[in-house]
Design a binder for this molecule. Sequence first.
Ligand code: PMP
Length: 404
Amino acid sequence: MIDIQKIRTEFPILKQKVNGKPLVYFDNAATSQKPQIVIDSIVNYYTTFNANIHRGVHTLSQKATNAFEEARVKLQKHFNAKKNYEIILTAGTTHSINIVATGFTSLLKKGDEIIVSALEHHSNIVPWQMLCERTGAILKVIPMNEEGELQLDIYEKLLSEKTKLVFVNHVSNALGTINPIKKIIDKAHHIGAAVLIDGAQSSAHIKTDVQALDVDFYVASAHKMCGPTGVGILYGKEKWLHKLPPYQGGGEMIKQVTFEKTTYADLPYKFEAGTPNIAGVIAFGTAIDYINNLGFDNIAAYEDELLQYATKKLLQIEGLKIYGTSKTKTAVISFNIEGIHPYDIGVIIDKLGIAVRTGHHCAQPIMDFYKIPGTVRASFAFYNTFEEIDLLYEAIIKAKTMLS
Ligand code: PMP
């Protein structure tokens, strides 16, 4: 069970007023808020053991190295990777995807095919388009339907012996749809293609077991999981991480450097050139502990109640249309009101203290599908309340009256 009153006291930002009104933060799909314990973990690192990792013999460096590597093990356990060195610490989902997309340049040839879905974030489209430009591979797209679900029958027809890679997000950030990733992975494996799952939007709501999924690559960002910005993971099966070349050259990622030839470090360091975001990685570990202590089942059940309540309530507003009506979705409501630009609604309800996102949500193909410029997106987290949804409802009514 979620103890909402206790939880809210743990997030200092939620106590503030915005434009003279109590903050109602409904932009969780863009980034989550941080509990005090995560903020403290960053402050504690810089106040008591700030030092560079992996190369110092001195006490602070060893302390920092241990804390950094302990965070990696926490992430390994959380996502159930077989080996700790299958967890590469990155700057976030976008960085992780680019490591894989760039690495595949030497593994693809002209005419090979890669498949993405119509529900992807731009960061899971553009790197693959760039990969296609470099290699002559062809990008194919799994289409979506009106409910915002992927059309798996067409996916099956797209798969062939030419398919080398499939990339799908677990949850769509624009609509909230939860995609049937296990089915997608199994079908791709059947014809020998590798699969990357973008967990940026799901990882705070659904606990992922990379071994049970048998996924080849899984990527996520700390900042969507109550952790800091600028940190994320790339999980890769050991065999794939050995096959992929390093993404960046530099310190930390080498075994030996001479001007004649350089050899690369073992996993995971081969992919971790330069000084990483040490404080961020340590705080990511703290955030993972925090969410696990709340319990993913508790979080999912509570957020689903918020979603059902909000859906019912907002649909009472005349002219309001929700995009993304799949039965399997996380707590995201993407909507428009007939005759009103989403941006105008966003600006007016901000004046009432309510933070939502407006626009294309880095998923322009979805907006094109619905033939709209964008939506208003309210996305909920476990620290939101039913009372806040009532405030959203009232604010939308006000905005609608002002704008019609
Ligand atoms: N994929 C999805 C589904 C996302 O929601 C996001 C963030 N909005 C990203 C990728 C990119 O994540 P980041 O900006 O943290 O790299």
